[in-house]
Design a protein around this ligand. Structure first.
Ligand code: PLP
Length: 235
């Protein structure tokens, strides 16, 4: 039985090979894609194994789990990313622990994050989550809503808006996910010229285990991958 560290290291290497192949198909460089390893299915030990396999960007979708693992790995050189819905009452504690928030999903939340982030030593990098599939159960700005309010969001102190994030519709296949990723990229291309020069929406956080290759082909700069990294581990 191989140990957890080597299983995870192999899985990470395989994911990087697939990212590189997808980037190559699109005429992009794999250096322009960052992997955020999602730790929500595992504990601190596996998170540390990811770190040893070279994953320096780790992500969580629930604030309490992020707090727990960030504390367990305190002092290790990893950056945490909050990728799931953040309740406003958990904002203050969470933003101190993270390198970026991928799930800036409403104007109300962005105002609360801004208010709390004013005390941080440097502005908090934030991505605006867009509900590209229109699923009523999903968080995120409707594309039209974002066009209308982005001008106010970029004025908020304490945060720095760096791009957009989305998830493909539930139950989609890689090929049906493609249109959601294209929607996100086209929305970014439409917003960018309307913004002042210092606001650069360079990041597109899109693509998960089931669809990251398509996301890379469509311009993802960050992929968020969980399940694939734990294949072969005992449940
Ligand atoms: C769980 C999760 C992921 C990773 O999903 P996998 O399909 O396990 O790769 C990515 N992004 C968000 C927001 C998630 O909640």
């Amino acid at each position: 039985m191989r140990n957890v560290t080597s299983i995870i290291a192999d899985n990470v290497a395989r994911v990087w090979e697939r990212i590189a192949a997808a980037a190559d198909r699109a005429g992009r460089s794999a250096d322009d894609v960052r992997l955020v390893a999602i730790t929500k299915y595992v504990g601190p030990d596996e998170a540390r194994a990811l770190m040893e396999a070279g994953c320096r960007d780790l992500g969580e979708s629930r604030p309490q789990e992020l707090w727990r693992k960030a504390e367990a790995l305190y002092g290790d050189s990893v950056s945490w990313h909050m990728v799931g819905h953040l309740q406003r009452n958990k904002t203050r504690r969470t933003i101190r622990l993270i390198a970026s928030l991928h799930s800036g999903d409403s104007e109300r939340l962005m105002r609360a994050v801004s208010e709390a982030a004013i005390d941080l030593p440097t502005p908090l990098p934030v991505l605006l989550e867009v509900n590209v599939s229109g699923d009523v159960q999903k968080h995120g700005f409707a594309p039209g809503e974002l066009v209308e309010c982005v001008h106010r969001l970029i004025e908020l102190p304490g945060i720095e808006i760096r791009g957009l994030m989305a998830m493909a519709a539930r139950g989609s296949t890689p090929e049906t996910a493609r249109k959601d990723f294209v929607t996100l990229r086209e929305l970014r291309d439409r917003l960018q010229p309307q913004l002042p020069a210092h606001v650069l929406l360079n990041d597109l956080s899109m693509g998960m285990s089931g669809d990251f290759e398509v996301a890379v082909e469509e311009g993802a700069t960050i992929v968020r991958i969980g399940s694939l990294l734990y294949e072969g581990l005992d449940p």
